[in-house]
Design a protein around this ligand. Structure first.
Ligand code: COA
Ligand code: AMP
Length: 630
């Protein structure tokens, strides 16, 4: 039996033994009573009764153990032309003072705090300061519009919002404070205080009494020590797109999360304490939570905060410069970033300028890795290019080629094998396992390993309905795919209304809800079509209210504006067309899947349940007008 098989089998057959050993790498104030608490199935809890603090494990412990002078965070910001290095000792000072400042604003254990910040290291300081106090942070991606921020304010009811005056996004200057003000105006819940990091690129106007300048109160604050919390207490809430306009508040606990992430960095990414690990994502996404902040810091690594883009800041050599300048061992990013580099520098000319000899692996996730991009990256880098698959819900990889355990031959299109702890199976709609090579629903047999979602924030019923009740005994991933005869997992895409645009997870259901509020729209369908750069892009088809006549182009502009204003520019909805009717089944279900296949010029069969097949001709014409289904 190979090393992977042995470890994997143990993780499934003796999860308590397996994870209690992994937990030795974490410092506990009090050891757990039960490794896997299954007293309230299907709400499994890990390390119940245990007490620890995530911030202590990510910061204080390393200073205690002699890593105080080591760089914890490298802030590399081509958009503001600066590079800063923060040692673990300095990080400890910043975090304990930030915790002190939050305490002075009334934040204590169990309170929630929203963090709406760009890619500056103060975002990590704020997250860790919350963890230090036992407060629950909810980071909101800076690309979300005020309406999205307001939804998250109302759901998580933060005591404080931590934000910055602005950011440079590519080449655009963005002001954050007007968006925060608008969100607070839209929300029913009114947070009492905002902590605002004033950046030299733009100054925010502060509201007397509510807003506090970071530089006035954080450096002067009384440092605060770590507050012991239960392993099962929440560390954070991260909202992610579901199938409706109401995002799902994924809850992450403290103990299981620390154990799993610490384990994952060495075993999946082959990264050891002291190594430089770079995840080129954003703190607002799960990749940012797990692999910019928590996993590298829990492991005692150096993590890179990159405030830039793969291209245009200033050129497609940005990634190679950062790898070379900071001696990055492992880079993790989304395939879109590599498609953008490939588009701007197809022959890899920029790479030739840099020495990247210390670079060992490229890990890609967040969306399907298309074989073209995979082969291009392999040829260019001459190093392992690892596709791995996971979700906001799981917080760390479900399938991967585990570089720290055993290096498997790569099959393009597959994210390789289930990660220890995840019993991945392919089921049909009745919950029966399908044979090797046959496509079905990707599910994970319960219990999920530590670090995965225990529930949704104050929405247990929704947790059960979305993930547990669909396939009893399993966690339903909402992805379709298959496992081949060698045990390799191929994830083919979502089976629900979630799409991935440039690695950003978005809900077409939510976009439909927004478009439907347009005064002239009777009905609409939004679905994802293939895009060479961003993987997928949303497009909309709308039916006008009776008696209304509109020019298609004008209406399209209004719809595009609505989506930008309500969700944000990242939604990237740029195309919409008017049709007389939408294709539906006789029971009234809109045939989005059929339209998507038509748009992508894929083979499709006309469902036998279709109400009126003649409608499809008009749909094809509308798709043609938008440049699809050619
Ligand atoms: N704040 C505000 N706006 C943002 C934003 C942020 N953090 N991120 C993106 N946007 C805006 C962009 O400015 C753009 O606005 P525009 O329509 O006015 O031009 C829009 O949202 C779409 O952005 P994006 O999808 O990023 O497209 P792009 O053309 O600006 O850049 C890439 C293309 C490929 C360079 C970019 O998508 C990229 O770097 N992708 C990597 C994705 C990634 O790291 N994902 C993380 C998951 S692991
Ligand atoms: P997110 O929650 O934003 O991480 O998005 C999770 C979804 O992205 C998954 O359910 C998949 O549909 C998709 N995804 C992530 N990684 C991969 C991958 N390596 N291959 C295919 N799809 C992926």
């Amino acid at each position: 039996m190979g090393k992977y098989d042995e470890i994997f089998k143990r993780s499934i057959h003796d999860p308590e033994g397996f994870w209690s050993e992994a937990a030795e790498n974490i410092d506990w104030y009090k050891k757990w009573d039960k490794v896997l608490d299954d007293s309230n199935k299907p709400f499994y809890r890990w390390f119940s009764g245990g007490e620890m603090n995530t911030c202590y494990n990510a910061v204080d412990r390393h200073v205690r153990d002699g890593r105080g002078e080591q760089t914890a965070i490298i802030y590399d910001s081509p958009v503001t032309d600066q590079i800063q290095k923060i040692s673990y000792k300095e990080l400890l000072s910043h975090v304990s003072k930030c915790a002190g400042a939050l305490k002075s604003l009334g934040v204590s254990k169990g309170d929630t705090v929203i963090i709406y910040m760009p890619m500056v290291p103060q975002a990590a300081v704020a997250m860790l300061a919350c963890a230090r106090l036992g407060a629950v942070h909810s980071v909101v991606f800076g690309g979300f519009a005020p309406h999205e921020l307001a939804i998250r304010i109302d759901d998580s009811k933060p005591k404080v919002i931590i934000t910055a005056s602005g950011a440079i996004e590519g080449k655009k200057l963005l002001e954050y404070m007007p968006m925060v003000n608008k969100a607070i105006e839209l929300a029913d819940h009114k947070p009492g205080n905002c902590l605002v990091l004033q950046r030299s690129i733009v100054k925010a106007e502060l509201m007397e009494g509510r807003d506090h300048d970071w530089d006035d109160i954080v450096p002067a604050a009384e440092p605060v020590d770590c507050e012991p919390v239960q392993a099962t207490d929440p560390l954070y809430i991260l909202y992610t797109s579901g199938t409706t306009g109401k995002p799902k508040g994924i809850v992450r606990d403290n103990g299981g999360h620390a154990v799993a992430l610490r384990w994952s960095l060495e075993n999946i990414y082959d990264v050891k304490p002291g190594d430089v690990f770079w995840s080129a994502s954003d703190v607002g996404w799960v990749v940012g939570h797990s692999y910019i902040v928590y996993a590298p810091l829990l492991t005692g690594c150096t993590t890179v905060f990159f405030e830039g883009k793969p291209v245009g800041t200033p050129d497609p050599g940005a990634f190679w410069r950062v790898i070379s300048e900071h001696d990055v061992k492992v880079l993790f990013t989304a395939p879109t970033a590599f498609r953008a580099i490939k588009r701007d520098d197809p022959d890899g000319e920029y790479l030739k300028k840099y020495d990247i000899s210390g670079f060992k692996y490229l890990f890609l996730a967040g969306e399907r890795l298309d074989p073209d991009t995979y082969h291009w990256a392999c040829k260019l880098l001459d190093r392992p290019v690892i596709d791995h698959w996971w979700q906001t819900e799981t917080g760390w990889p479900i399938t991967a080629n585990p570089m720290g355990i055993e290096k498997f031959p790569i099959k393009p299109g597959s994210s390789t094998k289930p990660v220890p702890g995840f019993d991945v199976q392919i089921l049909d709609a009745d919950g029966k396992q399908v044979e090797a090579g046959k496509e079905g629903l990707v599910a994970v047999k319960l219990p999920l390993p530590p670090g995965t979602l225990p529930t949704l924030w104050q929405a247990e019923q929704r947790f059960l309905e979305a993930y547990i009740n669909v396939l009893p005994g399993y966690y339903f991933t909402s992805d379709g795919g298959y496992i081949d005869e060698d045990g390799y997992v191929f994830v083919m895409g979502r089976v629900d209304d979630v799409i991935n645009v440039a690695g950003h997870r978005l809900s077409t259901g939510e976009m439909e809800e927004i478009v439907a509020t347009h005064k002239d729209v009777a009905e609409c369908a939004v679905f994802g079509v293939e895009d060479e750069l961003k993987g997928q892009l949303p497009v909309g088809l709308v039916v006008l209210k009776t008696g209304i006549e509109r020019k298609e182009d004008e209406l399209k502009q209004e719809i595009v504006k609505m989506i930008r204003e309500e969700i944000g520019a990242i939604a990237s909805l740029k195309q919409a067309a008017i049709v007389q009717r939408l294709p539906k089944t006789r029971s009234g279900k809109i045939l989005r899947g059929t339209m998507r296949k038509m748009a992508d010029s894929q083979k499709y069969s006309i469902p036998s349940t279709i109400d009126d097949p003649a409608i499809l001709d008009e749909i094809k014409e509308a798709l043609n007008r938008m440049g699809y289904a050619q």
